[in-house]
Design a protein around this ligand. Sequence first.
Ligand code: COA
Ligand code: MG
Length: 304
Amino acid sequence: MAVRRSDLYLPANSEKFIQKAPTLGADVITLDMEDAVPPAEKAAAREMVKKHIKDMGKYGSEAWVRINAWDTDLTMDDLDAVVIEGLDGITLPKCAGPDEVKRLDFIVTDLEKKRGLPVGKIKLAILIETAIGVMNVDQSVFASDRLVAVIFGAVDYTRDMRVTRTDTAEEQIYARAKIGVAARAAGLVAEDAPFPSYKDDAAFEYNTKTGAQLGFEGRQIIHPSQIAIAERVYTPEPERVEWARKVTKAFEEEGIAKGSASVPVDGQMVDTPVYINAKNVLERAEEIIAKDEMKKSLLAAINQ
Ligand code: COA
Ligand code: MG
């Protein structure tokens, strides 16, 4: 599974943010060509992506772009600009259903072939942020082998639902829960929505934790101060890793080796699904350690 605890967004036409982003240590950087870029700046944003995309990954972040949605006239020109060496992935906003994902996969494949790029290397993510998108997400997540993540967009979703977005997110529960389930069913990372109240760390942490319990393993980040909090919340805590070690050892040595698939650990029953859950925690912790070590060693090079 991809490690995408922090997916840092920034307007693709902002030279200042582009210079800063690679040094901030996010798992993923997404240069936004969609809603953070005004109409008159769309062409400039394409040029900025072409110029800077290679640099986004120099300290270990993945380099992504968010293109404009299929219901604009901008999508094909965006793709023409961004399918180049150095791009790790493309996020499709306002994804309404599986046909939109298939169309995107088809065009990216065509451009990769024409440009001599390895076919299938560019990954995809979809943003689910409309009522129709939520309805169809269970099919959209299976629409392309390139998909690695499904992202929830709360600001557009509450706009489409004609309700007020709150930091406590009660109005988002159905959409978030459904996206978490769809992502797991397809083996994708569920990525939570951006949190606009970027000065309220406590509210951000609470919101991130409730999403994590619905299956989200990362989230969109709008401000550097949110990166460390998100990465901490989505990284299994040391106590959880310790629990997982204890459970796997007990299950393998006291259970399976002795003909039983149910053993007691600290007064709790441990059976096969608990064992598998514990193994998943250990695997996830290892993936995260590998990502963090890679970022740390590349970032250390800045100061040399
Ligand atoms: N990416 C990279 N750098 C960023 C950043 C981002 N998303 N957001 C802020 N920074 C940088 C600033 O340039 C500033 O750098 P400096 O200290 O070298 O000058 C530093 O982080 C602190 O920023 P701050 O002054 O606190 O931000 P602000 O109050 O001016 O702006 C936002 C706040 C939310 C408007 C701004 O962070 C932003 O535009 N975020 C991205 C929005 C976006 O992409 N939305 C679309 C997707 S949801
Ligand atoms: Mg949106």
